[in-house]
Design a protein around this ligand. Structure first.
Ligand code: ARG
Length: 457
């Protein structure tokens, strides 16, 4: 089999080299983007009178036939043709004859591959934005049902202050909102056209880069041909945003694992999202959130991998850059799968409001409120903190919670204590008292839900 670039060579490529350098096994994912780019390129070549109109028409029809054949699964890509670009060119020439060889006029695989990747990542970014919205919708749904559900809020995984479960879930809503925002913003940079940059220096043909950019829906053309074929920063940015997104997914997953444990029992994941143990019949394992947590590792790995590939490369294209693809595909697939599972898993989980409330009723997480109580009565906060420290210590020694201390016991610590302290300490009141902007009171949480809904639209 002769190579498209075989002219300069006198020997066959070593078989191992062929396999080692080929990218077709993974870059065939870019087949449709490659054809899309070629269709725009050939139309431009014809409009600029670089190739005859009827040749352009033949090429266009040939490309559409190949597209159809790929869709029908009738195409066999080959390692001999190295990558998706040469595979398709070869298929085209087989389909329509030597005129197919005119397609690559004024173009190089270097601007071609960069174009394919921009098109691919633009589609995938839009897809992921939609999937993130799905997760946000699920969080919002649960939040709306649980504005008045109270559970312990933690710092250092120690019970800190009771919070509304809706408030806790909405914290993730906003993390995902910013992830979505970052993805959206990155589209500005993804949407530049490298096409027409040639191998690195441009081309001798009178091409029209704005035309291909317009046909492909790009906002602008890269102003520098060397930059256009050399950088992969748009992919690094995607991998970096994805890493952060996975971090958020992972933290939420960790909470789902903890909350569904026997020790917490705050939630129960739907049976359809759990698996059993082959040896311990009582077990229901949260495999899905565990794997979501773990898959974060490969996404970080893909980011560091590409940064490392790029860091020492001189301009312009280097074969090293072929290594930009698998990590990108893997990240796209990991995110796609993760987000698709996360949304229904949140939607279908059962929230054990009793267990959550029982946990709040049996802790000292209302201690801050006694301090605030004394402050309201005129005591400086520092002094109040000291008083409460002693009160809590005493209560712990007596094995009593703060609501169980008698008025006499309270008076022992400060004469400002009065009967109304028992109201203040009710978990519900503790939550409702935090009515500052962005706080956990039901009033604030309801306002938050309104804003969240608006940003989802
Ligand atoms: N398969 C190559 C890649 O993915 C396409 C570009 C090849 N260019 C070249 N000059 N060898 O990077």
């Amino acid at each position: 089999m002769s190579k498209l670039w075989g002219g300069r060579f006198t020997k066959e490529t070593n078989k191992l080299v062929e396999v080692f350098t080929a990218s077709i096994n993974f870059d065939q994912k870019l087949a449709f983007e490659d054809i899309e780019g070629s269709l725009a390129h050939v139309q431009m070549l014809s409009e600029c009178n670089i190739i005859p109109k009827n040749d352009a028409e033949t090429i266009k029809n040939g490309l559409l036939t190949i597209k159809q054949k790929i869709e029908n699964g009738e195409v066999q890509f080959s390692v001999e043709n190295e990558d998706i670009h040469m595979n398709i060119e070869k298929l085209l020439i087989d389909e329509i004859g030597p005129v197919g060889g005119k397609l690559h006029t004024g173009r190089s695989r270097n601007d071609q591959v960069a174009t394919d990747m921009h098109l691919y990542l633009r589609n995938q970014t839009l897809n992921i934005i939609e999937l993130v919205k799905g997760v946000q919708t699920a969080l919002l749904q649960q939040a709306e049902e649980h504005v008045h559900t109270i559970l312990p809020g933690y710092t250092h995984l120690q019970r800190a202050q009771p919070v509304s479960f809706a408030h806790h879930l909405l914290a993730y809503f906003w993390m995902f909102e910013r992830d979505k925002d970052r993805l959206q913003d990155s589209l500005k940079r993804i949407n530049w056209s490298p096409l027409g940059s040639g191998a690195l220096a441009g081309t001798t043909f009178p091409i029209n880069r704005s035309k291909t950019a317009e046909l492909l829906g790009f906002d602008k053309v890269y102003p520098n041909s060397m930059d256009a074929v050399s950088d992969r920063d748009f992919i690094v940015e995607f991998l970096s945003i994805s890493s952060l997104l996975m971090t958020h997914i992972s933290r939420l997953s960790e909470e789902l694992v903890i909350w569904s444990s026997q020790e917490f029992q705050f939630i129960e994941l739907d049976d359809s999202f759990c698996t059993g143990s082959s040896i311990m019949p009582q077990k229901k394992n949260p495999d899905v959130p565990e794997l979501l947590r773990a898959k974060t590792g490969r996404v970080y790995g893909n980011l560091v991998g590409l940064l490392t590939v790029l860091k020492g490369l001189p301009l312009a294209y280097n074969k090293d850059m072929q290594e930009d693809k698998e990590g990108m595909f893997d990240t796209v697939e990991t995110l796609d799968g993760s987000l698709r599972l996360l949304a229904p898993m949140i939607e279908t989980m059962t929230v054990n409001t009793d267990k959550m409330y029982a946990a709040v009723a049996q802790d000292y997480s209302n201690a801050t409120d006694i301090a605030d109580y004394l402050v309201t009565k005129g005591l400086p906060f520092r002094q109040a903190h000291e008083v409460i420290g002693k009160t809590v210590l005493y209560a712990i020694e007596q094995k009593k919670f703060l609501l169980a201390l008698t008025m006499d016991e309270y008076k022992q610590f400060h004469e400002l204590f009065e009967e109304d302290i028992y109201d203040v300490l009710q978990p519900k009141n503790v939550v409702e008292a935090r009515n500052s902007e962005g706080g956990t009171s039901s009033e604030q949480v309801k306002l938050q839900i309104i804003v969240a809904k608006q940003s989802l639209q």
